[in-house]
Design a protein around this ligand. Structure first.
Ligand SMILES: *Cc1c(COP(=O)(O)O)cnc(C)c1O
Length: 358
């Protein structure tokens, strides 16, 4: 039997592990930060209509530049943005890959402040971009002076800031992002996958776009928008950044059906984002409950909570799984992350955790 090691694979990929959040068929799935609410019957009908319409021209390639979708995305984001400042791809992971293809690559480097999104270093690896692991504080915040120091020391080509951060839930104040922009010699990517879940009054890095052509804000329809299965991520930036994406994207990367589905979802945004308040309330209640239970729980502006600490987190994770609740073993040693589900799912999580902890 041939194993991967027998193949003439790139040396830098040898021995690496693939991204692997377990996809298990258990009753309560709280491990990948999806929105637990499925599309309504009305939305399903509109999606089916759009697919039917799109199907009539599937012999032709899709709009290579997704012009109408990008206009719709600009309209959703507001902030005076136009379609020229938006770019879309198959999930924000593909967006991040395109950013690193254009601004990272062999001989270049990217930095993130950990614990943070595990895909940033993995995509850096895939694009042969050297990864630099910066650090967050004990409370998972980002110390501006320390961040600026490490950027000045390493002079990375790309800086990743994730706000709210995954897996900690920590949102970044705008002045931190501004200081990083001032210090960074290259591109600054603010990954705002969870922006819609942030507390009222948490400003988006979108407000910093005017006058900052090296700033890129990435978003996704996988989380608050409840469309993880659609695979639609996007960025907002200076039009010159979009021009850079055109150089590296594969032609016709976004299928006709993806573009159509995303546009329908955007048209239904009021309904789709209507679950955000419920999820935020459930999140805050989960943090309160965990702390009441004598555990530590990180402050969260997202749709998940990092909690702990456990001498043997694997045992806790497995105990929950035995009770039909799948969460994520991620973050610093001793911590676990639970995504916010429906009220019933969170009750099941609490009951299972009580069962495990005794
Ligand atoms: C989930 C997540 C993404 C989204 O990925 P998609 O490819 O859009 O599904 C991006 N960034 C962070 C920090 C995430 O947690």
């Amino acid at each position: 039997m041939t194993t991967l090691g027998d193949l003439p694979i790139r040396d830098d990929l040898r021995g690496k592990q693939p991204y692997g959040a377990p996809q298990l068929d258990v009753p309560v799935q709280l491990n990948t930060n999806e929105n637990p609410y499925p599309p309504s019957a009305a939305l399903i009908d509109d999606l089916a209509l759009a697919v039917r319409h799109g199907a009539a021209t599937l012999n032709r390639y899709p709009d290579r530049d997704a012009v109408e979708l990008r206009k719709d995305l600009a309209d959703y984001l507001g902030h005076g943005l136009t379609g020229r400042q938006l770019w879309a791809a198959n999930g924000s992971n593909e967006i991040i890959q395109q950013i690193l293809q254009a601004f990272g690559g062999p001989g270049r480097s990217a930095i993130g402040f950990e614990p943070s999104y595990s895909m940033h270093p993995i995509i850096a690896g895939g694009t042969n971009t050297r990864w630099i692991a910066g650090a967050r504080g004990e409370d998972f915040s980002l110390d501006v002076a320390a961040a600026v120091r490490v950027i000045e020391e390493h002079r990375p080509d790309v800086v990743f800031l994730t706000s709210p951060n995954n897996p900690t839930g920590t949102a970044l104040p705008l002045d931190v992002i501004e200081s990083v922009l001032a210090a960074a010699p290259g591109m600054v990517v603010v990954d705002e996958a969870y922006a819609e879940f942030a507390r009222e009054g948490t400003p988006s890095a979108l407000t910093l776009l005017p006058g900052h052509p090296r700033l890129i804000v990435t978003r996704t329809m996988s989380k608050a928008f409840a469309m993880a299965g659609t695979r639609l991520g996007y960025l907002a930036a200076d039009p010159a950044v979009v021009d850079a994406m055109l150089l590296v994207r594969l032609p016709y990367h976004l299928s006709t059906l993806t573009q159509a589905a995303a546009r329908v979802a955007l048209a239904h945004r009021e309904e789709l984002l209507g679950t955000v308040d419920t999820l935020r309330a459930e999140r805050d209640a989960t943090v309160d409950w965990l702390r009441h239970r004598g555990l530590r729980a990180a402050d969260s502006d997202a749709n998940f909570v990092l909690f702990g600490r456990f001498p043997d987190r694997r045992a806790v994770w497995e105990g929950l799984l035995e009770r039909g609740v799948l969460i994520r073993e991620t973050g610093p040693a001793g911590w676990l992350r639970v995504s916010i589900g429906t009220r019933d799912e969170m009750a099941a999580f609490r009951a299972a955790l009580e069962g495990v902890l005794g």
